[in-house]
Design a protein around this ligand. Sequence first.
Ligand SMILES: Nc1nc2c(ncn2[C@@H]2O[C@H](COP(=O)(O)OP(=O)(O)OP(=O)(O)O)[C@@H](O)[C@H]2O)c(=O)[nH]1
Ligand SMILES: [Mg+2]
Length: 349
Amino acid sequence: MFGCLDLAGSSVQTCWHALRLCFRREVTEEEKVARSTSARIDRDLFEHAKLESHVVKILLLGAAESGKSTVVKQIKIIHSHGFSRRELISFKDHAQSVLACDWCTGKDAELLPFLAQAFCCLWADQGVRAAAARGYEYQLNDSALYFFDNIGRIIGPNYVPTETDVLRVRVRTSGVTETQFCAAQFIFRLYDVGGQCTQKRKWLRCFDGVRAVLFLVDLSRYDLRPQQQDSSTGCIQDSLELYSSILSNTVFSSASLILIMNKMDLFQEKILNSGRHLRIYVPDFKGADRDVSGAAGFLTSLFTEHLTSPAKPLYHHYSTATDTSCIRDIFQTVMDNVVKDNLANVCTL
Ligand SMILES: Nc1nc2c(ncn2[C@@H]2O[C@H](COP(=O)(O)OP(=O)(O)OP(=O)(O)O)[C@@H](O)[C@H]2O)c(=O)[nH]1
Ligand SMILES: [Mg+2]
């Protein structure tokens, strides 16, 4: 192939020129298209990488029903445009499902009128109200009292859920949902994953490049016992096990960790008025009965004492995720902390 060249005694520059002449040939149309496609892909990758360098990824974790999706709904209300009418209507069946069952609705999917009337009569009965108020004895849905109190509106014709209704609705997350918003010159991307055991393997694909883990704990479940085998009750024990598995996972070693001790409203009500004192369910607790902050502080310490690396900051907050102003304040602090901890890794817009 190189027979055309007599390189002996030539300078390097002359040899290089000769080589280029040897290899020069017409570039085909196909090659031109391939080159421009390749250049476009390079440009896209560069733009994508530039955009990604502004992104702060936050992963919401916690046992089932701890309130992860409720926090995400709040962020949509606070930092995005809230819910469109169409999105609100999409929650209608879920809101009514607390009151109804498959055979309670007619062809138009509206609650049958005589059942709607029956529900109203039932809810007017003081005995029924007293039984519902003790719902923690038989695991009544956390939002049931709210929907019962709003029964007249919810079963009315042309009912459209409000944002408050949407925050109260329970829809189990399956898979992973992604929510993105801009604030404080950063792009925040929240990943909400289902807390059921079957969902946990789906978490793996969200782990890459996560800057912070928001771990939610349902404080009000201190009186539930862990269930056997694969199903999670979302009780404190389940939460602790999940939490320590996250702490020991090296994937999160550089992520900020933020504990959100949630459902303070239900916790306070239970500690103050149910007679279900914390010491009965957590014998190590030696504080006074009906001391809400002492009890919450003790349960929080069960989580914070798991932390093995003192160098890693651990933030914790007490929240009621259904309260928009509470989540607004907490999330502002969370964003400040996450940005401060990751300044070296992310760029402002
Ligand atoms: N009263 C009260 N209810 C809450 C609070 N946080 C969440 N809830 C309710 O608890 C229920 C479960 O909340 P979700 O946000 O769906 O829980 P989740 O962690 O996303 O659950 P999975 O998707 O199954 O993992 C909903 O009905 C919420 O309205 C709170 O602080 N107080
Ligand atoms: Mg969810």
